[in-house]
Design a protein around this ligand. Structure first.
Ligand SMILES: [Zn+2]
Ligand SMILES: [Zn+2]
Length: 445
């Protein structure tokens, strides 16, 4: 292998030229530009990045080849890293995962594609698009001919211009339609690709969670796409932005409480907490005799409105109000302790309002019964016991009222007193500091 003299080689001259050009303009220079122009230039920079990444890949391939040659005792070893990725990340950036991906993609593009390298080097597609297309081509069936392969590549390259990455990935799964005759054949190929993807996804699936020791836990998970979509859909529904929660301040006319958190991630977080509380814990399998159901242990006094904190069966301490709310409606079993700390009542699934009474309450209440103006309709409410079940032993709807999770928290935290109006049978509340019965006039004037 001959190595060209540095002073005449075009690559170092180009790289030095790039740096020299960038030195002439500071990032503050963007401030004076028209936004339309900024937008155009930003896209141009994206193209320049794609072109540079083509060069990075070409460079990575040279290093990888040199490393392999050195391993065969042929030539000096480039760098001291354990791999080309390690060497590249050591030289700049420290991103080992990114450098390994660069080496892999560079090799895959060289082995699997004929047009991608040029498309990337001329700024027609981005690195991610190039990566995705090369992966799709690598998954083509073994019996594909070179002509068919090229047709697939051309099609994907064209489709990349108009599709999002996600849609391009879907398109790639059916790419054999570029040359296969029947839909059945294409279906079979797509099915095979999806089957392998799902198998890979199952291998990568994981969940971990750790205690922040400040009353919160933080977690991290990887789920297969399908379950991820289910989770996202459920959370989005529970966190729907139009489901605004609040009370109108009489003086200002503004919403005083805007539910639990206002940003999208905060709303999703509370939606996740709601989802966890609504798991059908009674029906989950037991783990070698260990129950999947958490019990909340609270004093009779706490249940009746006292302030003594309570505990969950795993030792977690919770406030009296939270304990009352959980004992009221969530899929959690309350263990009510008398004065001698002996269980008085172990609640069971029976303490929940059944479907029929739940439907009757939905019809009666219309939505969250909190006064005033809460706009959560019946689908997003929890059934609250006006008297704790452990005392009343009834799931009669005359003992129930619908509240959204936010107001359900409030009701237990602040000790709202509720009743069914004896005249028209609708739910009314006395809020702390108030002596009048109020209702949610949105649903029941
Ligand atoms: Zn309740
Ligand atoms: Zn509400």
């Amino acid at each position: 292998m001959s190595v060209a003299a540095l002073d005449t080689h075009p690559v170092p001259a180009c790289v030095h030229g790039l740096h020299a050009l960038l030195d002439t303009v500071s990032t503050a220079a963007w401030d004076g530009l028209d936004p339309t122009e900024v937008r155009r230039l930003l896209a141009e920079i994206g193209r320049a990045e794609a072109r540079l990444s083509a060069h990075k890949m070409a460079a990575a391939r040279v290093l990888e080849k040199a490393r392999k040659a050195a391993a065969n005792g042929d030539g000096p070893r480039p760098g001291t890293g354990t791999s080309t990725g390690a060497t590249i990340s050591f030289d700049f950036g420290g991103d080992r995962g990114g450098a390994d991906a660069l080496v892999n993609t560079a090799q895959r593009i060289e082995e699997q594609t004929t047009l991608i390298e040029n498309a990337l080097a001329s700024g027609v597609i981005s690195t991610k698009q190039a990566d995705l297309i090369s992966r799709a081509l690598a998954k083509l069936p073994d019996d594909v001919t070179p002509e068919q392969r090229e047709r697939c590549e051309e099609t994907l390259l064209k489709d990349a211009q108009k599709l999002t990455l996600k849609d391009l990935r879907r398109r790639a799964a059916r790419i054999t339609d570029a040359y296969k005759k029947t839909t059945d054949e294409v279906d079979a190929d797509e099915d095979e690709i999806l089957r392998r993807r799902e198998e890979e996804a199952r291998k990568k699936t994981s969940f971990s969670m750790w205690d922040n020791n400040d009353g919160t836990v933080t977690g991290r998970f990887t789920l297969p796409e399908a379950q991820g979509a289910m989770l996202k859909t459920a959370l989005d529904a529970l966190a729907a932005p139009h489901q605004k929660v609040g009370t109108v301040n009489a003086a200002t006319g503004q919403m005083d409480e805007v539910g639990f958190g206002q940003t999208y991630p905060q709303r999703l977080g509370h939606a996740f907490a709601t989802l966890v509380e609504h798991l059908p814990a009674d029906r989950l399998p037991t783990n070698g005799g260990v129950s999947a159901v958490v019990t909340v242990n609270l004093d009779l006094d706490t249940l009746m409105g006292g302030i003594k904190a309570a505990g969950l069966s795993d030792g977690t301490r919770i406030s009296a109000g939270e304990a009352r709310r959980l004992a009221c409606s969530a899929q959690i079993v309350p263990m009510v302790l008398g004065g001698t700390s002996l269980p008085l009542d172990l609640g069971s699934a029976n303490r929940f309002f059944n479907r029929a009474s739940r439907r009757a309450m939905e019809k009666r209440d219309g939505g969250c019964t909190a006064p005033d103006n809460c706009d959560r309709d019946a689908r997003w409410t929890e059934a609250h016991h006006l008297n704790p079940y452990a005392i009343s032993k009834t799931t009669d709807i005359r003992d129930g009222a619908l509240l959204c999770p936010f107001h359900h928290h409030r009701a237990h935290e602040q000790g709202w007193v509720g009743r069914i109006n004896p005249d028209d049978g609708h739910v009314e509340w006395k809020l702390p500091g108030s002596d009048t019965w109020q209702r949610n006039t949105r649903w029941r004037p």
